[in-house]
Design a protein around this ligand. Structure first.
Ligand SMILES: NC(=O)c1ccc[n+]([C@@H]2O[C@H](COP(=O)([O-])OP(=O)(O)OC[C@H]3O[C@@H](n4cnc5c(N)ncnc54)[C@H](OP(=O)(O)O)[C@@H]3O)[C@@H](O)[C@H]2O)c1
Length: 282
């Protein structure tokens, strides 16, 4: 298979490269090779390349900064997804795209199924919802995969931030009123490969590690496994204001695929793989 991975330098893109490398003709592009917001470039370069599959891991992911960069975030996460959908349809390539739990308002404590109507509450969520709409309107052959709270070896993420802060400070505050499912980018990438290889029906899928927690509980588990002992205090989102409002409950209900391992098992594996804890840890 000739597979084009866009955003291959990002956290998820890098894991996708590792998972798809064997047995495929991989073409890896990031900002240096293509700016996906440039319609002509997208149409011409991908049209010429004619890949069998386009996997789009390129995105604008700075949730707070997005509040003040509306134009750019809409271009990257919204309009560009329209360009990619159009060219994939034209050359009959399978389009694999990623979206987020932040397309939902977070008021449903039971979580959100694949067909739930989106209702984003911040700029990043709105731009990702626009990207989703583009795909559904243009209708290439597609897998639209929503995921949440990613951590992985190749990017800035909550696990690394917590470990760094615990090494720098004695006292930490972490919010305990936002709930979701942490997801290991490597597990997600392997599942994406399964999804493609098993030729599941095209459409929307929710792929996260199973079970959920709040950020405070996530941090506690990181510290327990890493044997770090900061003084950690749970606080409400009101006590910890950020430019972008976050959904309270953003668990993605997966009603189409077998469940993945728990986020706690995935986290332990991540800490082993990054050399933070020993393989024999129990
Ligand atoms: N991270 C999460 O917690 C999370 C949660 C749910 C869903 N997702 C979704 O998962 C996907 C991957 O996220 P990620 O965290 O791996 O993202 P990431 O680490 O921020 O990587 C995104 C990549 O896309 C590149 N890019 C940005 N604008 C571009 C453009 N105009 N043209 C070409 N490339 C461009 C970035 O380059 P620069 O770094 O140079 O800008 C970066 O290499 C995204 O669709 C995201 O919305 C992420």
């Amino acid at each position: 298979m000739k597979i084009l991975i866009l955003g291959y330098k990002g956290m998820l893109g890098s894991e996708l490269v590792e998972v798809f490398r064997d047995g495929n003709d991989l073409i890896l592009w990031d900002k240096d090779q293509i700016d996906i917001t440039k319609r002509e470039d997208v149409m011409q370069k991908i049209g010429q390349l004619k890949p069998d599959i386009v996997i789009n891991a390129a995105a604008y992911t700075a949730v707070d900064k997005a509040e003040s960069e509306k134009d750019l975030v809409y271009k990257v996460n919204g309009c560009a997804v329209g360009f990619l959908s159009t060219i994939c349809k034209e050359i009959d390539a399978l389009f694999v795209h990623f979206s987020t739990d932040y397309v939902f308002d977070g008021e449903n404590h039971l979580g959100y199924k694949e067909d739930h109507l989106y209702k984003p509450i911040n700029m990043y969520g709105k731009s990702k919802a626009l990207g989703e709409k583009m795909i559904l309107d243009i209708k290439p052959r597609f897998y639209l995969i929503r995921t949440s709270w990613l951590f992985g070896k190749y990017g800035k993420n909550f696990v690394e931030t917590m470990i760094r802060l615990a090494e720098e400070r004695k006292d930490l505050k972490v919010v305990n009123d936002q709930f979701g499912s942490p997801t290991y980018a490597k597990d997600l990438s392997e599942k994406v490969k399964d999804l493609i290889e098993s030729e599941k029906p095209y459409g929307i899928y929710h792929i996260t590690n199973s079970e959920s927690c709040n950020w405070y509980e996530f941090a506690l588990k990181i510290f327990k496994l890493s044997r770090l002992k900061p003084n950690i205090k749970p606080v409400s989102s009101e006590e910890f204001p950020t430019p972008a409002k976050r959904p309270t409950y953003s668990m993605l209900v997966n009603s189409k695929l077998p469940q993945m391992r728990s986020w706690e098992d995935a986290l332990k594996d991540y800490l082993i793989e990054t050399g933070r804890i020993d393989k024999t840890y129990h």
